[in-house]
Each structure stands twice: as C-alpha cells, then as structure tokens.
Design a protein around this ligand. Sequence first.
Ligand code: NAP
Length: 505
Amino acid sequence: MRVAVAVGVSTPPVATMRSSCTRRIVAVSYRFVSMHMAAAPLSRTLSTESVAARLTSAGLLRTKGLIGANWTDARDGKTMPVYNPSTGEVIADVPFMGSKDTEDAIEEIGQLITLEQGKPLKEAIGEVNYGASFIEYFAEEAKRIYGDIIPPTLNDRRILVLKQPIGVIAAITPWNFPLAMITRKVGPALACGCTAVIKPSELTPFTALAAVELALQAGIPPGVLNVVMGDAPAIGDALMANTRVRKITFTGSTAVGKKLMAGAAGTVKKVSLELGGNAPCIIFDDADLDVAVKGTLGSKFRNSGQTCVCANRILVQDGIYDKFAAAFSKAVQILQVGDGFSEGASQGPLINDAAIEKVESFVEDAVSKGADVLLGGKRHSLGRTFYEPTVLGNISSDMIVSREEVFGPVAPLMRFKTEEEAISIANDTNAGLAAYIFTTNVQRSWRVTEALEYGLVGVNEGVISTEVAPFGGVKQSGLGREGSKYGMDEYLEMKYVCLGDMNRK
Ligand code: NAP
C-alpha cells in the first residue's frame, strides 16, 4: 500500500507502522531480559532485598500507579505491601488506590474536554469513548480494503480494481466535539494509509493536541499527524491551494463549508462536508409518551443543545400536544445546570458570549411573534454563558428559532394536524442532517422515514450516533459519510488496471 506524505516526511504504510512498533516493543523487552540474565543468573540464595534493590536501580520495580504519564501515589496516600510468597518478606509497598484514583486514570481526556468545551464530565467521558470507537473500528476496517476483479468483455485481458490512499488529507473540525470529530476523520484516514493535517477549532485546541500526543505515544510515526491552529481563513486558504493536499474533510458551519468547497475547486480536491442541521423531531398522536419525552430530551439537550443533530424543531400532533408539552416541560425542569465538573450537572455553559447572545435573540424573536415561554426563557442565575433549559410553545414557521439552528438549550414546540403537514414542515429547509419521529404505527414509521429528506432518521430514539453507522447529511447539510464501512471510501482512490496480451503462450 502506498502512503501519502505530509510536510515532507516519508512514512511507511500503516500495516508496516503497526508491525514495526510491535517489533520495537519486542526488541526492547528482549534487551531487558538478556541484560539482566547475563548480569546475574537467578539464584535461590539471592535475598528479596537485594533482588528488589537491583530491579529498582534498573527502573523495573515500580512502586507507584501510572496515571497519564506520571507515576502517582493514591490520593489518600494509603499503601499496601506486596510479599515474596517464598519467604514472606515484603518486596515493596504500592499505592492502595480506590475508585477516585481509577476515575483519575480514565478521566484525563474527559477532564480536558470539560475544561475547554464546558460539557459535563460524564458527557465528556462519553465523547472519549465515542472518539476512541472510531480508532478501534477503523483499525479493524483497515484489513478489509478490498479491491475487485471484474470479468472482462475481451478474452485477451483481465480487469482489476485497486484501492489506494488518496494522499495528504486536511481535517478541519469544530469545537462541540473536540475529540470525536477528529477521530471520525483521522481514524479512517490512517487506516487507508493517508497522512493528515488537522486544524482544530481555536476554542478547543487542547484536546486535539492531547490526542496527537497519545498517537505519538502509541507509535504513530512523526509526520503522519500534524496540527496547525491560528488564523483559520489563512490556514484554510493554504490547505485549499496546496496541490499535495488531495482531500478536505470539514465539520462545521454551512457557511464555512461552502467557502471550503469553492476553494477546493481550484485544485479539484475530494471534499466531504458535515455541516449544520435543522433537525425536526415529530411526535405523532400514536407515540408512546414516555418514549417520546425521553427521546426528545436526549436529542435536544445533549451538550446543552450544541450538536448538529440536536432536535431544533419539535413538531407535536394536535391530539397529544398538551400532554406532551406538560410531560416534556416537567422532564426539562429537572435538568441541573452547572459547571461541567459539578456533581449532578447535565447542562453546562454555552461555548462563548456570541452563542448565548444568539440564543437570547432567537428567544426574543419568537416571543415577539407570539411564542409562549413554558419554561426558562432567560439567562441562568449562574451568569456568564449559562442559559436556563427552555421550552417554548406555539412556535410558527416565521420565527427564526424554527428556521435556523439555535445551538442552545431551547426546545421550540410546533403544533401540526396531519402527517402530510408534518412532512411538509420537516422538509421545508435547506438542511437535511438528522430527523426524529415518534410513533407506534409501524407503517407510518416507514412511510414518514422514506419521505423525510434527511441523511439520518431516528425512529423512537433520540441519540443515534455510532461508529458502525454512516453519519452525514443531504441537501446543504453536507457531502459524504463518516463512520462505518462507507467512511473508508472518502479516503481511497480507485485504480482500474487492465492486463493485456493475456492469450500469449
Ligand atoms: P465553524 O465556525 O464553521 O468552525 C469550524 C472549523 O472551521 C473551526 O476549526 C474553524 O476555526 C474553522 N474555520 C472557520 N473559518 C474558516 C475558514 N475560512 N477556512 C478554514 N477554516 C475555517 O463552526 P463551529 O461554530 O465551530 O461549529 C458549529 C457548527 O458545526 C454548527 O453549524 C454545527 O451544526 C456544525 N457541526 C456539524 C456536524 C456534522 O457532523 N454535520 C458536527 C458538529 C458540528 P476557528 O474555530 O479557529 O475559527
């Protein structure tokens, strides 16, 4: 497999990288074993103390836990002895760690996400797992980059299709998932044998930097992953103009996506775009109320409403509207707002002042045009960028909140009468990323799913992202798919090979 080269550093194919890393680890271990065996063969007369002293001086008898890159004591300083079973002597004491210490080890990247992005720690740890799932999935998928053999139409030739890495890729990512939006691109890029230049959001660069540090520690050779940050338009222009960058993969706003798509035309790069949404969430009269409330809550209030797949318009059928509005408001009222590190908080701050000003202006516009504030509707008493989880009723399609992404904890409820009306309202937008429907009628669930002009549809489920399914939008929500086996195609070129003169004896 050929591998693309970024910033002039030549790199081996991924399969070779993996095996060379393994070989390096094995070689180092072998050196240790042979060094120590040669220095002093093990003897029954050696005392526990002298063996322990020798291993300590060789750096091999470690007596602390390892959290991140640091050898660490237990938080409360407690230790426990470890005995030589032959003599009963204490070899050394090690930290007696508990659940808090364990959480420290698991939570580091999660803490970094909470620190710079604000989402509650539990959600941030969820993102770490989600982000890691793309690395694991695509590492496995690397084994299945199959070519093809096609039956020829002329008997003197054979036809083959090879799949090869596309080349250097540029990955530009947003702030709302500082880890997962990177691994969803870089995972398949590495699996296909590409190198990458990553441009994280200026608001959340630390998680990206930590991720590439971990990649280096894991053995990804220097030069394969590169990170640049700073003047976004200048970086974008340089990436678009460079002929060695063969693909741009972008997640972010539709406006910036359009600019990049135009910029990529100059060098005819492959483009994939994951852009903004305006997700409808349709609750039919025949929905199970509890399922609908739980699903809508999960979709709307994840990351305090700051995801591209958050329900943006909640369409509720006449017959269930009042019951749903009451039950949903009751569920939203329980959501606890607070710093991402505080116990029990499920709603963190919005990302910055511009975000909270946008939410305020959308709510003001809706109220001025006749919306009812069923819950919240203003900044939270915590101040800064905290906003109260909000439910608005009586929303109409002339309000900004129903036409653009609010990207905040505001749930606008719109009333509709018929299935046809719901489909028409749902499709009346340039966006086409995620849609949700809640119904217990199986025929309706198929009918409506097929009529919705969206790339993703959740039926009786509000949280649907997973590494094994294709994620992406239609219309102005984007091009291409990320995740799943389909996500690999974005980073591969096909080469048709014709073998001629095959009848010669
Ligand atoms: P954004 O303003 O478009 O920024 C996204 C990235 O593009 C950031 O790294 C930004 O850098 C960079 N950027 C800005 N202007 C650029 C330019 N002229 N050239 C090159 N790069 C440029 O979007 P955001 O506010 O971070 O993210 C929110 C948006 O992302 C929402 O619309 C949301 O729906 C969408 N989103 C979509 C998906 C999806 O999968 N479809 C997932 C998550 C988010 P700086 O931050 O340094 O300016």
